[in-house]
Design a protein around this ligand. Structure first.
Ligand SMILES: [Fe+2]
Length: 136
């Protein structure tokens, strides 16, 4: 399966939305390598990119939250920290045992599925807060 960024996932914040699109591409690239039986080298490359881009994106989003005094920042940071840990752990498993069906399903649920619901619930609240503060 692939993840498609559409209007239902728009937060309305240009930088955040742009980075989310990039994250979906990174996840789709990883899934392609999981399903397509490509070599370990390709799989490792897509995992490295996903790990580093996740760190970059969360960093940028957290800077914005601090800048605009987002009240739920401490919890949001925890959600990010636990997702980064999930990506790291799944990466280790994928490198060790290759992309099994079970691990591919975990990528879908714990990475793709998590991101979709995190954007819909949490990131939309962040963007709404930024918008309300910027209007002041
Ligand atoms: Fe977030």
């Amino acid at each position: 399966m692939r993840y498609v960024w559409d209007g239902s996932l728009a937060t309305g914040h240009a930088l955040i939305d742009e980075q989310h699109k990039q994250l979906f591409e990174a996840i789709n690239d990883l899934l392609k390598n999981c399903e397509g039986g490509t070599g370990k080298e390709e799989l490792k490359k897509s995992l490295d990119f996903l790990n580093s881009y996740t760190i970059k994106h969360f960093f940028d989003e957290e800077v914005l939250q601090k800048q605009y005094g987002y009240p739920d920042y401490p919890n949001h940071q925890k959600y990010h920290a636990s997702f980064k840990e999930t990506v790291r752990e799944l990466s280790h498993k994928l490198i060790l045992s290759g992309a099994t069906d079970d691990l591919t399903l975990e990528v879908q649920r714990q990475i793709g599925g998590w991101l979709v619901s995190h954007i819909q619930v949490q990131d939309k609240k962040v963007a709404a807060h930024i918008k309300s503060q910027a209007a002041k």
